[in-house]
Design a protein around this ligand. Structure first.
Ligand SMILES: Nc1ncnc2c1ncn2[C@@H]1O[C@H](COP(=O)(O)OP(=O)(O)OP(=O)(O)O)[C@@H](O)[C@H]1O
Ligand SMILES: [Mg+2]
Length: 284
């Protein structure tokens, strides 16, 4: 966790044909190996920020970009998305929509083919990638015959096959049930913890952020308005409320207890911490 792998230097962007800013004066740094969560209302600029990191903005989705986005030392506006795809993998919310092949193996091999990886090398990469997401042996399965959580993990395997250093997940679990969500986030945490992969997740569920992220970035109207650890960010309850954003239930509970003079000290961002603290209070 040392070098910045992603750097936004006073970046503003408006999509072609619009005169409003999707991103406004964004400056931020993400270090290699960080797990960063991005929070914000609809239209805040979260997806646009993610698309800047893999170069889709401004290379494929055009518009007016000022400032500079540097990823792995490369200025994204100067490299084709195909080139950046080796560095940055991105997964969107609807796994079914991302599936186009007859088998899981073909689904994972697709990007490798586009990248010109020789056929002999593909076999191993495909099975390794499936194993990484807990789908070992699923090569011959039809993608459409998988559960939502499995489909989303398959989409992630297809991205991992390209061996990216950065994984971006844009609301990756919005169509999944609680178990499917858990599977996807646990897997990303594993890739982050064991392989030092940099993970950026765009997410609405603040409990999930509190559990997994090293850092939370809050966006509003195209700007980065808060940037800190989950503990720092979710303690700023009133500011988040002014932005119409929720805090984890554990924080909300502590905040109400504080108003009654019962709670003292830091707010707990995780449920387990709240339970431990309440338990200790009851015993005191
Ligand atoms: N392809 C596009 N063309 C024109 N404007 C766009 C395009 N995509 C997004 N925008 C605009 O850019 C702004 C930021 O949108 P963005 O999709 O980045 O927000 P978001 O935070 O991801 O929202 P959501 O939570 O709804 O996914 C919005 O005002 C949106 O209308
Ligand atoms: Mg979005």
């Amino acid at each position: 966790m040392s070098n910045p792998i992603i750097q936004f230097d006073d970046v503003s962007f408006s999509y072609a044909g619009t005169d409003s800013f999707a991103l406004q004066s964004v400056s931020l740094e993400i270090k290699e190996g960080e797990y960063v969560a991005i929070l914000g209302l609809n239209g805040a600029g979260k997806t646009t920020l993610g698309l800047c990191v893999n170069g889709i903005v401004p290379t494929m989705l055009g518009g007016n970009l000022t400032g500079k986005v540097t990823v792995g030392g490369l200025d994204v506006s100067e490299y084709p998305v195909r080139e950046l795809a080796k560095l940055v993998g991105i997964v969107f919310d609807n796994p079914e929509f991302q599936m186009s092949q007859m088998s899981a193996a073909e689904e994972v091999a697709l990007g490798l083919e586009h990248a010109g990886v020789p056929h002999e090398a593909m076999h191993e990469i495909v099975s390794d990638s499936l194993a990484m997401v807990g789908l070992a042996g699923f090569e011959a399965r039809s993608p459409l015959g998988l559960s939502g959580g499995q489909q989303q993990r398959l989409a992630i395997a297809a991205v991992l096959a390209m061996k990216p250093r950065i994984l971006i997940m844009d609301e990756p679990t919005s169509n999944l049930d609680p178990i499917g969500k858990q599977e996807v986030f646990d897997m990303a945490a594993k890739l982050n913890g064991e392989q030092g992969m940099t993970v950026i997740v765009i997410e609405h569920e603040v409990e999930v952020m509190a559990r997994y992220a090293d850092r939370v970035i809050v966006m509003d109207g195209g700007r980065v308005v808060m940037n800190g650890t989950p503990q720092e960010i979710f303690s700023r309850v009133d500011e988040l409320a002014a932005l119409k954003l929720r805090v984890p239930e554990a924080v909300a509970l502590a905040k109400q207890l504080e108003a009654r003079g019962v709670w003292k000290g830091d707010f707990p961002v995780r449920t387990e911490t709240a339970v431990d603290r309440v338990n200790a209070m009851l015993k005191a």
